[in-house]
Design a protein around this ligand. Structure first.
Ligand code: 5CA
Length: 438
């Protein structure tokens, strides 16, 4: 992408309405624009990152055996009356009348709809286990939308729903999602800690929130500090038997404020390891058994031919919220520092003297060569002065910068800079391209 042809509306001023660093940086870097309270347009740079986060989530869901579909954003109120949640959900639900005065709503979650789809097609235990997910916009009319995409009203969620014959196999489905979440967040450079959590309006009695620690987080959390650096298990696992792994991750104390028990915390965790901190909830998983299948009559016949309500769980990831969370975890005074895995571009190519024939020729060659070798390149071919170009590239956080100027070229060299460390290296153009190629 050539910057001169791109749409990257970077702000010079720090927007005063933004209270936390990720919101400020997303606005300044031209990634999002607020269209109404808690409702954002995704500008090209923001959309690139959103798509990459989404893709990591999709890959890890697929690896764990879940199957992608896509449900609509609008739902019929009658569907929610079947589960009894239409009245219960209260003011957070955006209710809409269509031209026939049929009651509809903008989905805040999809338990009812997925249960309706399941019961229409599945009759036998032989089709189980089944886990279906989608990545779709949700709407919750939050009382206090704030912190940009962290607590939006319209937001992108990955929600998966598992179906099993009994509690034991449902537990296995839960474990698969638990482990998939550890891997998902680690791929984004995040340290996410699973914590016992309250189930709220989704229901059920087994639930974990995945929390990344950040001073600006909305939740107060308590855990054994050893959990923070445990790392991810990686993909090579026996996906059918993950209980040992899950037990290992859940045996140490970790709880959100609603589930916190100070006496237990003090009894189970030595004083030096007691971590009490703010956190951002990036994922939340639930096992709720027959809560929806029973009232909605989603039943399957077991091996004995007897029909019974299917056991379900649901598993959410805050895809748009993750973008804020990643920035909270990875930035400095100059701007965002994207982990390679979610960066909007791999390389920012900076031409220090636009209009200089040698510089332009070298930049064009580098631009083409890197793209041919699988890299996404943002080529700053603007007329701005070097200082402005450096500041903008630092602000938007592209992981590598390739800097080409007349002085270096005269000596046969260019410079590369790693955004995360600030480390610079001077080398030949060819060596630089080899270093930066995919
Ligand atoms: N149906 C279940 C799981 S699929 C569910 O809705 N769970 S949830 O309410 O916990 O939401 C899942 C995830 O969506 C949360 O962990 C959070 O990361 C994200 N999320 C929830 N509300 C918002 C919001 N207002 N803005 C941005 N992200 C949100």
């Amino acid at each position: 992408m050539r910057l001169s042809r791109y749409f990257l509306p970077v702000l010079k001023e720090t927007p005063s309405e933004a209270q936390i660093v990720s919101h400020r940086l997303m606005l300044r870097a031209g990634m999002i624009r607020q269209e109404a309270a808690g409702i954002y347009a995704w500008l090209p740079l923001g959309l690139r990152v959103l798509k990459r986060i989404e893709q990591i989530v999709r890959e890890e869901m697929t690896r764990a055996g879940a199957i992608e579909l896509l449900m609509p954003t609008l739902q019929l109120a009658d569907l929610w009356r079947e589960s009894g949640r239409y009245e219960d959900y209260g003011q957070e639900m955006l209710r809409i009348l269509d031209r026939h005065e049929r009651e509809m709503l903008y989905g805040p979650t999809n338990e009812e709809m997925i249960t309706e789809i399941f019961r229409a097609y599945v009759r036998s235990y032989k089709s189980l286990p089944l886990n279906l997910f989608h990545i779709q916009w949700k709407f919750r009319d939050e009382q206090r939308p704030r912190f940009g995409v962290m607590r939006g009203r319209e937001f992108l969620m990955k929600d998966a729903y598992s179906f099993d014959l009994d509690e034991a196999s449902a537990r296995k489905a839960y474990n698969r999602m638990f482990v998939a979440y550890l891997n998902t967040f680690a791929r984004m450079g995040l340290k996410a800690v699973p914590m016992r959590a309250d189930t709220g309006p989704i229901g059920g009695d087994l639930s974990h929130e995945f929390i990344i620690l950040a001073d600006t987080g909305e939740s107060q959390v308590f855990c054994d500090a050893a959990l923070v650096d445990m790392g991810a298990p990686g993909p090579d696992l026996d996906w059918d038997d993950l209980q040992g792994l899950v037990d290992q991750r859940t045996s140490l104390y970790a709880a959100t404020e609603e589930m916190h028990d100070q006496a237990r915390f003090e009894a189970e965790v030595t004083e030096g390891a007691r971590l009490s901190a703010r956190g951002i909830e990036v994922g939340h998983i639930f096992y709720f058994g027959e809560k929806y299948s029973k009232p909605m009559k989603a039943v399957v016949a077991g091996p004995d031919g007897v029909e019974r309500p299917v056991h379900m769980g649901s598993y959410g990831v805050g895809v748009s919220r993750l973008m804020g969370g990643i920035i909270e975890a990875s930035h400095d005074d100059a701007g965002i520092i994207w982990p390679d895995s979610v960066a909007p571009f791999d390389v920012g190519l900076i031409n220090l003297r636009q209009g200089d024939a040698a510089c332009e020729a070298a930049c064009e060659a580098a631009y083409n060569a890197l793209q041919a070798r699988g890299r996404e390149v943002l080529y700053d071919d603007s007329d701005e002065r070097p200082g402005g170009k450096f500041a903008r590239m630092d602000l938007i956080g592209v992981p590598w910068q390739l800097i080409i100027g007349p002085k270096g070229l005269a000596e046969g060299v260019v410079e590369i800079k790693r955004r995360a460390t600030g480390e610079r290296q001077t080398l030949s153009l060819e060596a630089a391209l080899n270093r930066l190629a995919a």
